[in-house]
Design a protein around this ligand. Sequence first.
Ligand SMILES: [Ca+2]
Length: 154
Amino acid sequence: MLNGCYLLGGSVNVAPDAVTRATQGYNEYEGEIGHLVDGLYPGNGPMGEPFIWPGKGDLTFQFEQLQLVAGLRLFVGADGGIYEVTAYQGAYLDEEGQTETSQARVVGEAVNFELVENSWVELEFEGPVEADYLELATEAGAIFYEIEILTSSD
Ligand SMILES: [Ca+2]
């Protein structure tokens, strides 16, 4: 279902360019969002610090302009889970810290059910989509070390 072939070839990580936020409210987290884009994760040298949701949560990524996004990959820790990403045009994080989608259009969705641990997990749209807002959701607790948002190089 998720072969990830084109994600690995010639794509560019734009996660450091995005405004990355966790939704607010009942989704408490531990660690810092900056840990997700510092380039450090287990296996590439220095261990890196995790970003942890004890319960569940949503992360959002906002771009100033539309980006052609192929998908997203996560380096997850010792807590395999199910991850879902939705790509929007026109969504934003409102003052309550929730994704506001009433004026938005969904342009892509991807889910990963592999439940792997201590590994990269890929979420790939059916094809690259033009999006200015991504929301990554988990249904349970999660440990993330790094997130890359991959553009299509074509
Ligand atoms: Ca990291």
